[in-house]
Design a protein around this ligand. Structure first.
Ligand code: NDP
Length: 234
């Protein structure tokens, strides 16, 4: 039977690519979308991850359609970049609320069904900047680093139930999120990427597919870089 999968922020960018990759592999995929329309061909559930109620409803709808969620990908994320002296407290707490507390809400709701099934895959989309740091992104880097501590702690809590919790740490990926960077900034990042190119969303999706697969059954608490070597050594 097809596994029930939920991908947050699956209406565009990396999340959409993950959803399409898993659907192509035979999973029954639900994606959350916050605004606009759900992507064609995928089961869409409206959800803002800053609301526990939204997260609960999204899971309930996905479960009603596809059964208990067996694979969850906490992908929804935002940036609000600026240097610390200019950063408003709301820029910091807002990014944390979406990226880190959002992942907490999603993982907590996901474990309900997974604990009963005694199996599951929780995958979080962090970032190379979690470990490398990034000027102008203290809020974002803190949220993505927090995700790693969260995932590793949860991996310890859930291991005995055959539920794995892993993190992917993408580098520079061509999506809407990075499109607003000036070409000078883009070139400066790419200069430090040994593979010499940006990632496509599909590069990240394939790594997520691996962590969600049976082949990754003995991998938990891992941080898998998908960064062309940008963060090597961290
Ligand atoms: P996009 O900006 O293209 O997409 C972000 C997605 O997150 C959208 O689907 C968006 O929904 C959703 N989202 C944002 N806020 C919320 C919210 N409060 N509730 C529900 N959904 C929300 O970004 P990417 O695809 O590039 O990024 C996806 C993930 O990958 C993020 O966590 C990002 O931090 C991470 N990442 C990206 C990198 C990159 O270079 N692009 C590098 C490393 C990590 P909506 O359409 O409604 O806005």
């Amino acid at each position: 039977m097809a596994r029930s999968v939920l991908v947050t922020g699956g209406n565009r960018g990396i999340g959409l690519s993950i959803a399409r990759e898993l659907a192509a592999a035979g999973d029954a995929v639900a994606v959350t979308y916050r605004s606009g329309e759900p992507p064609e061909g995928l089961f869409g559930v409206r959800c803002d991850v800053t609301s526990s109620e939204d997260v609960d409803t999204a899971f309930s709808k996905a479960e009603a359609e596809h059964g208990p969620v067996e694979v969850v990908v906490a992908n929804a994320g935002v940036t609000r970049d600026t240097l610390l002296p200019l950063m408003k407290e709301a820029d910091f707490t807002g990014v944390l609320d979406t990226n880190l507390t959002g992942a907490f809400r999603v993982a907590k709701r996901a474990t309900r069904g997974m604990l009963k099934m005694r199996r599951g895959r929780i995958i979080m989309v962090s970032s190379v900047v979690a470990l490398l740091g990034s000027a102008g992104q203290t809020n974002y880097a803190a949220s993505k680093a927090g995700m790693i501590g969260f995932a590793r702690s949860l991996a310890r809590e859930l291991g005995s139930r055959s539920i794995t919790v892993n993190v992917v740490a993408p580098g520079f990926v061509e999506t809407d999120m990075t499109a607003s960077l000036e070409s000078g900034q883009q070139q400066a990042i790419l200069k430090n990427v040994p593979l010499g190119r940006a990632a496509t969303a599909a590069d990240v999706a394939r790594a997520v597919k691996f962590l969600a697969s049976e082949d990754a059954a003995y991998i938990t608490g891992a941080v898998l870089p998908v960064d062309g070597g940008l963060g090597m050594g961290h």
